[in-house]
Design a binder for this molecule. Structure first.
Ligand SMILES: Cc1cc2nc3c(=O)[nH]c(=O)nc-3n(C[C@H](O)[C@H](O)[C@H](O)COP(=O)(O)OP(=O)(O)OC[C@H]3O[C@@H](n4cnc5c(N)ncnc54)[C@H](O)[C@@H]3O)c2cc1C
Length: 373
């Protein structure tokens, strides 16, 4: 059989991971991005990866690169009540690592392999071709990893999507401090959830989801004062430039056409409160890899096969359930005079329910369906 060809478009985490993982199959993988190779990668975010996803990624990384990940054995959740922070749940499991945290810039550098500097203007889904200027290139499978705001995606998806836009933004930056913080923390604050993700004992990144109305306030002061309140007034903190990202829950009902498939933020966006966006994407890539590998083992082609159909039916329900579940959790923690007493009652004893904690750890590590097996 002629060597099959896959085209991966987009150099975000989805495209880089898909290109690296799939290039381990006996397939030609063309990796296409509109960014010039020499252009410095600049993604100031931090990503927390679950142990199962880390194990999967690790198979494709060099040994020295795994040192860039900060392993964490504990996660603590707090909520804000009358200006106090209550630690209502602690996650830990027999000294096992629960998360691996890495700077997106480091992860992208590690994943970056082969770049063709070109911007795809059009995807011809009918003939499985991509177009650069007047030239067209045919592929057996096209993976569109072009993010949430690409024009290609809006043409692909049209108006068929589910969306819940709470008019929120995520504020994120690195913080250098003089105390020791080695494990992640999540604070459910009156303004919105704030995650602290350490990259070593003296530096962490935070992701704070707040109403986009706060954009008009002095964000630097707001973050500085809040972190001082959380970490203690005596703590010295130095905050880098704060970057904002739009957030909303969006789930496209169509993310495949013939031999083209949308992967990553272009297919769905989940709220960053649970740090699951890229973790879901890794699970998608893992599944896609399995289906392609299976077809190859039987000598079956990728093009016009059942791979995309099988992929969509196995991943779509889980990704949708995850997205809705994360939204529900986020709504539960929002400040509300009516529900707050019920919330206080539930949270006061929740740390005693080991089964619930074990289940939460399993689900965020392996996904919903895999943890139920
Ligand atoms: C603040 C914040 C914190 C987060 N933290 C976590 C976390 O801790 N854990 C986790 O699992 N997830 C996390 N996420 C989610 C995760 O970061 C995203 O799901 C992930 O980065 C999406 O990557 P992507 O490649 O799909 O999209 P993008 O990063 O948007 O990449 C798309 C790429 O495609 C390129 N492109 C676009 N159009 C074209 C074209 N026509 N031709 C060629 N290239 C094109 C763009 O230049 C871009 O580089 C977080 C998200 C946010 C906002």
């Amino acid at each position: 059989m002629k060597k099959q060809k896959i085209c991966v478009i987009g150099d975000g985490l989805s495209g880089l991971t898909a290109a690296l993982v799939l290039s381990n199959l006996d397939i030609d993988v063309d990796f296409i991005t509109k960014n010039k190779q020499e252009k410095k990668i600049n993604d100031p975010r931090i990503t927390a990866i679950s142990p199962t996803n880390f194990k999967f990624l690790n198979k494709y990384l060099d040994k020295k690169d795994t040192k860039l990940f900060w392993p964490c054995k504990k996660i603590n959740l707090f909520y804000e009540k009358i200006n106090q922070f209550y630690n209502f749940i602690n996650f830990s499991e027999d000294q096992k690592n629960l998360l691996y945290i890495i700077k997106n810039n480091d992860l992208k550098k590690v994943l970056l392999k082969k770049i063709i500097s070109n911007e795809v203007k059009k995807v011809d889904t009918k003939n499985s071709c991509i177009l650069f200027g007047k030239k067209s290139y045919a592929y057996d499978l096209i993976l569109l990893c072009v993010g949430r705001s690409s024009k290609i995606i809006s043409e692909f998806v049209g108006k068929r999507f589910i969306q819940k836009d709470d008019k929120e933004i995520a504020l994120t930056s690195m913080v250098c401090h003089n105390i020791n913080i080695s494990d992640p923390r999540q604070y459910f604050l009156k303004e919105g959830p704030l995650a602290i993700l350490p990259i070593n004992e003296k530096n962490f990144s935070f992701v704070w989801s707040v109403s986009n109305k706060l954009k008009n306030r002095n964000i630097n002061d707001l973050v500085y004062n809040k972190l001082k309140k959380i970490l203690g007034n005596k703590t010295n903190i130095n905050i880098n430039k704060i970057i904002t990202y739009p957030i909303s829950f969006k789930f496209n009902s169509i993310f495949s056409k013939n031999n083209s498939l949308v992967l990553g933020d272009g297919s769905y966006n989940v709220h960053p409160v649970a740090g699951q966006g890229f973790n879901l994407i890794i699970r998608d890539i893992m599944k896609l890899f399995q289906f392609i590998e299976y077809n190859q083992s039987l000598g079956l082609p990728i093009k016009d096969s059942e791979i995309i159909k099988k992929f969509v039916s196995s991943r779509k329900p889980e990704n949708l359930l995850f997205g809705l579940g994360i939204n529900l959790t986020n709504s539960f923690f929002k400040q509300n005079k009516i529900t707050s007493p019920i919330k206080d009652f539930i949270l006061s004893d929740i740390n005693k329910f080991n089964f619930l904690k074990e289940m939460s750890i399993k689900i965020s590590d392996k996904g919903i369906f895999q943890s139920l097996k």
